[in-house]
Design a protein around this ligand. Structure first.
Ligand code: KIV
Length: 272
């Protein structure tokens, strides 16, 4: 149960908006499997994102591009089975919405129907407006994603901070207003200057959820495997690590191996 929203039975888009309206920060983390989702939900997380970062942290790909719609639905189904309170948002993977709005709608419907999730997220602004409008018309809540959009990594060329120049910052602000106007329920802002994230958050009605976007967004999101220290080398400035699980799990594993080799495990009380 969360410290501040213990009485909420199920986090919905209305709950998320009410949190922004009363100035309560929104906490979001990624989840891709049943066991982790259960822990995060019981701890009181507001939103669980079945991120396409599963492509990196679960499957070991270099980018988010290879993960498929079927694979995202599999991850989402596992997360939904674990969750009692959090809102579950599923990333639409690369290729499932960019070609045209009909394909986008079909992909979003598959995610909602086959996984039981509560909303979808997709990357981009005016370029994907038609797709977002069509998904919204079908009654599916949409979370936007602007700034560093990892599905466009080969266009950007690097994972550095976006929208530092005026023209890109202006386009981002216009896209944020557009996504707000057409009915998205929230907006992820990834790796942009804190001052720009503040301006965006104050300029639109819907909540902003930042990652590497500073302290003024209405909520924060991290990749769970990064914040728990399961991923090892990834240490950008914005990442706060709450555990060093790579090392802790490694130590436990060495201990287990030693116990097996030395015949210490299993002992008499650990057998039938
Ligand atoms: O896929 C993901 O994990 C994300 C977050 C970084 C917002 O999109």
């Amino acid at each position: 149960m969360s410290a501040t929203t213990g009485e909420i039975k199920r986090v919905t888009t209305h709950v998320i908006q009410a949190m922004k309206n009363r100035g309560e920060k929104i906490a979001m983390l990624t989840a891709y499997d049943f066991s982790m989702a259960r822990i995060l939900d019981e701890a009181g997380i507001d939103i669980l994102l079945v991120g396409d970062s599963a492509s990196n942290v679960m499957a070991g790909h270099e980018t988010t591009l290879p993960i498929t719609l079927d694979q995202m639905i599999y991850h989402a189904q596992s997360v939904v089975r674990a969750v009692h309170r959090a809102m579950v948002v599923v990333d639409m993977p690369f290729g499932s919405y960019q070609s045209n709005s009909e394909i986008a709608l079909k992909s979003a419907i598959r995610i909602m129907k086959e996984s039981g999730a509560h909303a979808v997220k997709l990357e981009g602004g005016s370029e994907v407006e038609e797709s977002i409008r069509r998904i919204l018309m079908a009654g599916i809540p949409v979370m936007g994603h602007l700034g560093l959009t990892p599905q466009s990594i080969y266009k950007f060329g690097t994972y550095t901070v976006r929208a530092k120049q005026d023209a890109e910052a202006q386009k981002l602000l216009e896209d944020a207003r557009l996504l707000d106007d057409i009915g998205c329920f929230a907006l992820v802002l990834e790796k942009i200057p804190a001052q720009l994230a503040k301006t965006v958050s104050e300029s639109i009605e819907i909540p902003t959820i930042g990652i590497g976007a500073g302290q003024h967004t209405d909520g924060q999101v991290l990749v769970t495997h990064d914040m728990l220290g399961i991923t090892k080398e990834f240490r950008p400035r914005f990442l706060r690590r709450y555990l060093e699980l790579f090392d802790a799990i490694g130590e436990a594993t060495k201990h287990y191996i030693a116990d097996v080799k030395s015949r210490d495990f299993p002992n008499e009380s650990e057998q039938y």
